[in-house]
Ligand binder design. Structure first.
Ligand code: C2E
Ligand code: CA
Ligand code: CA
Length: 295
């Protein structure tokens, strides 16, 4: 029994490392698996107790300097541990399928909170929601939750955007295309997240109805000094323009980043230079104080 258990654990690690790979079992794997199980139980509990909150990060138009949208980013506040980063628990939530319940909550909450803000006078800009491959594999459920959330919150589909990673698009092309076309038909905006880091098959850009490419922040970081990053970003922007897809650069932290993106004709930007992700009420007061501009 122990041999099988350990072999299974080693296989799990090999899978995590990618395909065509092997791993020998090491006792440390036991500890990792144990920690994972602890976190999974904690996550189940957090879902029951609703220990989550959405933060919002503005997305800005580089030409007008105005806010054009906000991205909803989940935060987990654990009573003992404090804030746990989504980078830590979203991958686990995806592996275990718990992202289904979490994702439903995110959609409902984002529509509800943005509707409240807009009723108070906040500009009618889009809210972008991160949707994982698991949610797309349950496309009918996803479509139902989105429709129901829009109805319940009286929020308009035209003001909703979904951010998908490239992994969503390679799953089952025919099925995915059907779901995406249905969403598009409802008036929902579709964005590709982390563009350039995934499967680098450009064919999906013409197959799928995509409105926005989000250039991954790893390309933006050294954009002023690294010649390859410069070339990649310029090329993505030029290609998107030809395909009539808008481009948003993530992780914009400095005025130098902004200046380069502006010179290349990038449409939209998002990053700490403008605003960190913050709760809805804080977003509202920042806007009231006229603090949400590109300067
Ligand atoms: P992402 O979708 O690529 O989100 C952008 C991440 O970059 C966010 O991290 C954001 O806080 C961070 N960021 C924004 N501006 C800057 C900047 O100027 N510099 C730097 N260094 N970072 C910046 P966060 O909030 O920790 O989220 C991490 C990831 O977790 C997200 O990456 C997304 O993949 C996932 N995630 C977050 N919320 C959700 C959700 O509700 N559902 C799903 N499925 N995934 C989510
Ligand atoms: Ca995103
Ligand atoms: Ca991203």
């Amino acid at each position: 029994d122990e041999l099988l258990r350990n072999a299974d654990m080693a296989m799990y690690h090999a899978k995590e490392e990618g395909k065509n790979n092997f791993q020998f079992f090491m006792p440390a794997m036991n500890k990792q698996a144990h920690n994972r199980l602890l976190l999974e139980n904690k996550l189940r509990n957090a879902i029951e107790q609703n220990h989550f909150q959405l933060f919002y990060q503005p997305q800005m138009d580089l030409k007008t300097g105005d806010i054009i949208g906000t991205e909803a980013l989940i935060r987990w506040f654990d009573p003992e541990q404090g804030m746990i980063s989504p980078a830590e628990f979203i991958p686990l939530a995806e592996d275990t399928g718990l992202i289904g319940q979490i994702g439903d909550w995110v959609i409902k909450t984002a529509c509800g909170e943005m509707k409240i803000l807009q009723d108070k006078g906040f500009p009618k800009v889009k809210v972008a929601i991160n949707v994982s491959a698991f949610q797309f594999r349950h496309g009918k459920h996803l479509a139902r939750v989105i429709s129901q959330s829009l109805v319940d919150s009286e929020y308009s589909a035209e003001l909703l955007a979904l951010e998908l990673t490239e992994s969503v698009l390679i799953d089952d092309i025919k099925e995915t295309l059907g779901i995406l076309n249905a969403m598009r038909g409802m008036g929902i905006t579709l964005a590709i997240d982390d563009f350039g880091t995934g499967y680098s098959s450009l064919s999906y850009l013409k197959q799928f109805p995509i409105d926005i490419l989000k250039i991954d922040q790893s390309f933006i970081r050294d954009i002023t000094t690294d010649m390859s990053d410069k070339a990649i970003v310029s090329a993505i922007i030029a290609m998107a323009k030809q395909l009539e897809i808008d481009v948003l650069a993530e992780g914009v932290e400095t005025l130098e980043h902004q200046a380069f993106l502006q010179s290349q004709g990038c449409d939209y930007v998002q990053g700490y230079l403008y605003c960190r992700p913050i709760p809805a009420d804080e977003l509202f007061s920042r806007w009231q104080n006229k603090e949400l501009t590109t300067g």
